[in-house]
Design a protein around this ligand. Sequence first.
Ligand code: G3P
Length: 204
Amino acid sequence: ILKILAALASGYLLGSLNTAVIVGRLYGRDITSHGSGNAGLTNALRVLGKPAAALVLAGDIAKGVIACLIGLRLGVHVQSGDAGDCASLLAAGAGAVLGHNWPVYFQFKGGKGALTAVTVLFMLNWVMALICLGFFVIVVASTRYVSLGTLCATVLFAAISFVPAFGNALYFHVFALLMVLIIVFKHRANIGRLLSGTENKLAF
Ligand code: G3P
């Protein structure tokens, strides 16, 4: 249990390094008071532009990967040796998403956790991650609503996480449920805007 807590804490501290806030500050702008106000990749692209968004993308992927590697190294497995069964990896990944969304270094004002969550999913099960990412790209390309793409991919993730062929352990489902709840909760304002037809479209 100590190793699980250590994984959760290190994931949280790493995830709290919210790249959108940091890159925003480098560009002299407070990302939380521009655009959608969200400290994430989409808003960084909207407010700061493509080079800054590329930095945010790299930073958010890097912290997710590092958190997972720490979790993997702690190596707490319950049943099999699969990544999907590695409780410390799941804890570190969940910690990274929690830190990204509610960063301890930035007054708990963070992002919505989708990019960090998909990075963690790549470390757990890349096939599942690729399916979700592919669906996200299709929805965004056809509607230009990033939030709709994220929400659709999240629902798909919730559904396919129950496919037995992926062979995941019980607490993988707990992790999946937590991710789905967090991401949907964080998108509640987007859901309102989508329903009222006022959501921001991705524009280049
Ligand atoms: O993952 C964030 C995205 O789905 C929406 O971002 O800035 O449009 O609220 P934003």
